[in-house]
Design a binder for this molecule. Structure first.
Ligand code: V47
Length: 375
């Protein structure tokens, strides 16, 4: 690595120098180097390095999508402790849409620019398999320009349990019905000791990874998330990322990695920890920058404005982020746990957010096909 480049970076933390050399030479980082990135006080260098990698991947582009969130039910008996969204059948605030309710919901929010319906919801114990297939095929035929990006690996696992079908059979039938991509939720934290504490009845880490491996093999692109800012350690976060990186090497198909900042209200975990503070801005930025540097085989790192605010999301565009999700419309999962943001944003607000950073906004679809470049 040329010394001149190091000088240009003005690295204050000597431990970052050999890591910077590796990054600039396009070499892969290991766990110990990831820990140094997480613990450095030299945040400007960390952000700059992540920005260099981001720029290598996408140049000046920053992506967004016209997406509608659909949660067809919040009825769930899995009992994840971080979740404020789940309800039992007879609990106040429970909903459970029949297909007619789903069509009415989408009709109500539909607009001609909409290209993605992103679906995730509760693990409903009684709905039959045909309902889910009809939901995907019904949306696909009713809204021809709209791609259905549906159900997290946790829900696919649930479908597999209720039908006794394999992940491959479930995903093949969903694909046949019109499924185009899968969201990345339900990953939480893979480390067993944390998962046991916050999501003990949910799909295991290996199960989550197996669902995504199968989806990729079937040609269904997916995303991956990581829920952070609760009881996990920095080592747990890195372990999570490295498992994702390995799967992407073995069975490529991840489009985007989305860290989800813990929303600390109305959920048992927040009560147990007596926690009402959100993650700090620096932790959010550092986490995204480390993700950009460790997940060298992921095309995009997403800054999720719903959970970290639009203002901070603007800054993430200089810390490794190349995608800001989208307009969203009617977010419910984060807001059930106290998200302080709006439930959706207009295109013009998103364009302003991106343009103000000097980046070129690109309107994309669920598969990152570019629909309009705002050069
Ligand atoms: O699966 C639940 C998480 C996920 C809380 O794939 C919480 O493009 C923080 O998966 N605090 C749903 N997180 C959101 C999600 C997502 C979001 C944006 C983009 C994409 C994508 C996917 O939210 C759940 C769960 O992991 N979650 N409760 C909470 N209190």
């Amino acid at each position: 690595m040329a010394v001149s480049n190091l000088l240009k970076l003005n690295i204050r933390d000597p431990k970052l120098k050999p890591i910077a050399d590796k990054i600039l030479e396009g070499k892969r980082l290991d766990f110990d180097e990831g820990m140094i990135l997480y613990s450095t006080r030299d945040f400007p260098t960390l952000a700059r390095l992540a920005d260099i990698v981001r720029e290598r991947k996408v140049g000046q582009k920053a992506y967004f999508v016209h997406s509608l969130r659909l949660s067809q039910t919040n009825i769930c008996y899995v009992g994840c402790t971080f979740c404020g969204f789940q309800r039992r059948f007879d609990e106040e605030g429970a909903w459970d849409y029949d297909l007619e309710d789903v069509w009415a919901f989408v009709d109500n929010h539909y607009h001609p620019e909409l290209t993605e319906i992103h679906i995730s919801s509760g693990h409903h114990p009684k709905r039959k398999w045909d309902y889910y297939l009809d939901l995907v095929s019904g949306l696909t035929s009713r809204y021809p320009g709209v791609q259905v990006k549906a159900w997290t690996a946790a829900e696919i696992h649930h479908f597999s349990k209720i039908t006794r079908m394999s992940y491959r059979e479930i995903l093949s039938e969903l694909k046949e019905a019109g499924l185009v991509a899968m969201p990345g939720g339900g990953a939480e934290i893979f480390a067993e000791h944390v998962r046991k504490r916050i999501a003990k009845n949910k799909v295991t880490a290996d199960g989550w990874l197996e669902v995504h491996r199968t989806a990729h093999e079937l040609g269904i692109p997916t995303n991956a998330t990581m829920l952070y800012g609760h009881v996990e350690s920095l080592a747990d976060r890195l372990d999570h990322m490295l498992r994702l990186r390995q799967l992407q090497d073995e069975s490529p198909g991840f489009l985007s990695f989305i860290p989800l900042a813990f929303q600390p209200d109305n959920n048992p975990l927040a009560k147990e920890l007596n926690k009402s503070e959100f993650t700090t801005g620096l932790d959010d930025l550092r986490n995204l920058a480390v993700a950009r540097l460790m997940l060298d085989n992921f095309p995009h790192i997403k800054g999720y404005w719903i959970m970290i605010t639009p203002e901070l999301t603007q800054v993430t565009l200089s810390s490794g982020v190349s995608d800001v999700d989208g307009t969203i419309k009617d977010e419910r999962i984060a807001h059930a746990s106290g998200a302080v943001t709006e439930r959706g944003m207009t295109e013009s607000a998103l364009l302003r957010l991106i343009k103000d950073t000097g980046r070129v906004p690109v309107k994309r679809d669920a598969l990152y096909n570019e629909l309009k470049v705002y050069a």
